[in-house]
Ligand binder design. Structure first.
Ligand code: 13P
Length: 256
C-alpha cells in the first residue's frame, strides 16, 4: 500500500506571523506526525522561511511551495526558482493548480516545464488536473484529465516519475463544499492510474501517489481516503484550521 500524503494548500492565506501560530497549534494537535504517512503544508512564498523554522522542530512535517518558475534565474518579475525553494527547505511544490491555470495563464505546457524542472532539482512536484462542471456534464472529463496527465509528464523518465504526485481536483468541488463522491473520485483515480501504467509501467504507476482535492473535510475524509486509488488529499479550507487538518491526519493514520 502507498503511504498517504496529507497536504495542506494554504493558498493566499497566512503571512509569517499567522504561519507560526497555525503551525504551533498544529504541533499541539499532532505532536508527532505518524510514521505511517507523510504530511505537508504549502504556505505562501513569504511565509516559507517562518514555516521552515517550525517544520524543522515538528518532526515529520514536510514543507512545500505553491508554485515555481521553470528557469534558473532571470528577468521574471514575481517568480521564484527551484533553488530558492530548496534554500528555504521545500521538498514539494504544487504545480498547475486550477486557480493558477484560470487566473495566471498556466497551461499544460508550462505545467510540463515546471514538473521537469522540479524533478531535475530534486523537488517533488504535485501537479494538478481536473475538469470543470461544464466539461463533466459534456462527458469530456475522462479525455481531458487523461490529456492533462500525458502532457504534464511528457519527457519525464520513469525513474523521476516515482517522485511525482498527481492531484485530481475537480474544479466544481474546490472551495464549494461540494465533494466528488467516493465513487466518482475512485473512478477518476483508477483512470489516472491506468494512464500512468500506459505511459510507464505497472510498478511505476503503483508507486505514484494520486491525491484527491476538492472540499476534503474531516466528515468525508474517511470515505474518500478509503478508496483504493486515493493516496491522500490536497486540502484547502480544512488545512487552515489546525483541528480539522489534524483530524484528517488522524483519519489517514487509522486507515494506514
Ligand atoms: P478546498 O479544500 O478548499 O476545496 O480546496 C481544494 C484545493 O484547491 C486544494 O488545492
Amino acid at each position: 500500500m502507498r503511504r498517504f500524503l496529507i497536504a495542506g494548500n494554504w493558498k493566499m492565506h497566512n503571512g509569517p506571523a499567522a504561519t507560526r501560530s497555525l503551525l504551533t497549534e498544529l504541533n499541539e494537535e499532532v505532536p508527532d506526525i505518524p510514521d505511517s504517512l507523510d504530511a505537508l503544508v504549502c504556505p505562501p512564498f513569504v511565509s516559507l522561511e517562518a514555516a521552515s523554522e517550525k517544520v524543522r522542530k515538528h518532526f515529520g512535517l514536510f514543507l512545500g511551495a505553491q508554485n515555481l518558475h521553470f528557469e534558473d534565474e532571470g528577468a521574471y518579475t514575481g517568480e521564484v526558482t527551484a533553488d530558492m525553494l530548496k534554500e528555504v527547505g521545500c521538498e514539494y511544490v504544487i504545480v498547475g493548480h486550477s486557480e493558477r491555470r484560470e487566473y495566471f495563464g498556466e497551461t499544460d505546457k508550462t505545467v510540463n516545464l515546471k514538473v521537469k524542472k522540479a524533478v531535475s532539482e530534486g523537488i517533488k512536484p504535485i501537479f494538478c488536473v481536473g475538469e470543470s462542471l461544464k466539461q463533466r456534464k459534456a462527458g469530456e472529463h475522462v479525455n481531458l484529465v487523461k490529456k492533462q496527465v500525458q502532457v504534464a509528464l511528457n519527457e519525464v523518465e520513469a525513474s523521476d516519475a516515482e517522485d511525482v504526485v498527481v492531484a485530481y481536483e475537480p474544479l466544481w468541488a474546490i472551495g464549494t463544499g461540494e465533494t466528488a463522491t467516493p465513487e466518482q473520485a475512485q473512478e477518476m483515480h483508477d483512470m489516472i492510474r491506468g494512464e500512468l501504467a500506459e505511459l510507464y509501467d505497472e510498478d511505476t504507476s503503483d508507486a505514484i501517489r494520486i491525491l484527491y482535492g476538492g472540499s476534503m473535510k474531516p466528515h468525508n475524509a474517511e470515505d474518500l481516503l478509503g478508496q483504493p486509488d486515493v493516496d491522500g488529499g490536497l486540502i484547502g479550507g480544512a488545512s487552515l484550521k489546525a483541528e480539522s487538518f489534524a483530524d484528517i491526519i488522524r483519519i489517514a493514520e487509522e486507515l494506514s
